[in-house]
Design a protein around this ligand. Structure first.
Ligand code: HEM
Length: 458
């Protein structure tokens, strides 16, 4: 069967016990060199082998899964047969986030998710809307028309401040700021490597690794102290930490200090860079698409008429919502998901031996012409209700899916739209001419040398 562009809807493979096709790679290193040289190009080219592709990274057997139906099978319908991939279980990552939501499995994960979920309920997080707008507004009052800025740096700082404020509230913001900055520092050297490379590198006792462990200890000391102070005061400050502290399981049990520490670190790590990246790439796309930018401004003028946005405006900022969605289609902050098969299974008719590392790439599937006409074009208008409902569920999955679906997705969408609206009311951000904006696919999809813009009054 073909789609509107005449492309086959999916690869048909006789159900059997065969292994999928894929690139041979180097006799020892496998596809590692090619993957590290040009990650996004490599995972895109591999799709030419089919919807299920086998690639070997040294001694690690990996499958790349490209079709939405197969992605749904892995992350949702057959999620029980998969755990997070080994790259997330690296010493490095584990030292930082321990058994937090992102990395834990089984009963521990289930209980933690049950305890944390209410803290992310739309009603609870709506109180943070004002923080998001206030902080964005405070930031731009320092901006001068005509100056050049690295907008990615600004967005990173802003989302860090917002996560610090919403996690810990103001009383401890100095400490929390220190945690945030130290974290950003120590993540740098590791995050600049391709995720799969960690499988190897995190075993080597380099100086950078030693420094990392030292810094991690400092962060632990601060976070534990914040937790102890809060426990001692018994106050509910309405922030995420208070909610996590007070959360009780059905049997009345609460999180231990260690679990709280792990969740706090997880939220720090998962919660600010992803949102900052979406904002940065959105500014980049708006700067290159004047017609979209005009409609963006028209909606702001119509809905807000010059005043600052509030949470109540969100339902009316519909075009902004599609801008954010379309930006995350083209530049998904998490550009891949990884899982490991617990038992042998079958995907798309191919045999999947246990312990296979299964990767699904938002970067590739969300640019697949079978599902997105003119996939490289930034067109928020494509997100009509009709289009959204006709799309296979896992053709678009910037927040993952199934039981491990991003717990912060409502928080993130709220933040993205409110920050875009606050800044877009006052300024345009055209790109500094002649700059080469390139992508660094590290843990997430980063602009390698930032995104430099000129601040212009609207
Ligand atoms: C645009 C912003 C964001 C993007 C694109 C994003 C993306 C994702 C993705 C793809 C996953 C699934 C990972 C997997 O299945 O392996 C995930 C999980 C998670 N995210 Fe987000 N995220 C964003 C914002 C946030 C925010 C703001 C928070 C918290 C404040 C957050 C906290 C988490 C947590 C705790 C998990 C683990 C959930 C679990 O396994 O139960 N994320 N995120």
């Amino acid at each position: 069967m073909n789609n509107a562009q005449g492309l086959p809807l999916r690869q048909v493979n006789a159900p059997g016990k065969t292994l999928p096709p894929g690139p041979k790679g180097h006799p020892i290193l496998g596809v590692m060199p090619e993957f590290n040289r040009d990650t996004l190009g490599f995972i895109t080219r591999c799709r030419d082998y089919g919807d299920v592709v086998r690639a070997r990274f040294l001694y690690v057997n990996a499958y790349f899964i490209y079709h939405p139906d197969d992605i749904e099978y892995v992350v949702s319908t057959n999620a029980r047969n998969f755990v997070k991939s080994m790259s997330l279980r690296s010493n490095f990552f584990h030292r930082l986030v321990g058994n937090g939501l992102l990395t834990s499995e089984g009963e521990i994960w289930k209980r933690q998710r049950r305890l944390a979920q209410p803290a992310f309920h739309r009603k609870r997080i709506s109180a943070y809307g004002d923080v998001m707008v206030d902080y964005a507004h405070r930031m731009i009052t320092m901006w001068q028309a005509g100056e050049a800025r690295d907008i990615h740096r600004d967005m990173m700082r802003l989302t860090l401040e917002i996560v610090v404020k919403t996690l810990f509230n103001a009383d401890v913001s100095q400490d929390a700021d220190k945690v945030g900055r130290a974290l950003a520092e120590i993540v740098k050297p590791f995050a600049s490597q391709a995720t799969l490379k960690w499988i190897l590198d995190n075993r080597l006792p380099t100086a950078a690794h030693r420094r990392f462990h030292r810094e991690a200890q400092k962060i632990d000391d601060i976070v534990y102290r914040i937790i102890a102070d809060r426990r001692a005061s018994g106050l509910d400050r309405g922030d995420l930490l208070s909610m996590l502290l007070r959360a009780q399981d059905e049997d009345g049990s609460q999180m231990t200090d260690k679990q709280l520490r792990d969740e706090v670190m997880t939220l720090f790590l998962a919660g600010h860079e992803t949102t900052a990246l979406t904002l940065s790439w959105t500014w980049y796309l708006l700067a290159q698409n004047p017609l979209v930018e005009q409609k963006f401004h028209a909606e702001l003028d119509e809905v807000l008429g010059g005043r600052l946005p509030t949470l109540e405006d969100l339902p009316r900022l519909k075009y902004l919502d599609t801008i954010a969605r379309e930006a995350m289609r083209l530049y998904p902050p998490a550009y891949g998901l990884g899982r490991e098969a617990i038992e042998d299974c079958e995907i798309g008719g191919f045999r999947v031996p246990r312990k296979t590392q299964v990767f699904m790439f938002q970067w590739v599937t969300q640019r697949d012409p079978r599902f997105f006409p003119e996939p490289e074009t930034f067109r928020p208008e494509r997100w009509t209700e009709e289009f959204s409902s006709s799309l296979p569920k896992y053709a678009y999955f910037p927040f993952g899916g199934g039981p491990r679906f991003c717990i912060g997705n409502t928080f993130a969408m709220m933040e993205i739209v409110l920050v875009l609206a606050t800044i877009g009311q006052r300024f345009r951000l055209p790109l500094v001419p002649d700059q080469a904006v390139s992508i660094l696919p590290a843990m997430s999809l980063r602009p390698k040398n930032g995104i430099h813009v000129v601040v212009e009054n609207r």
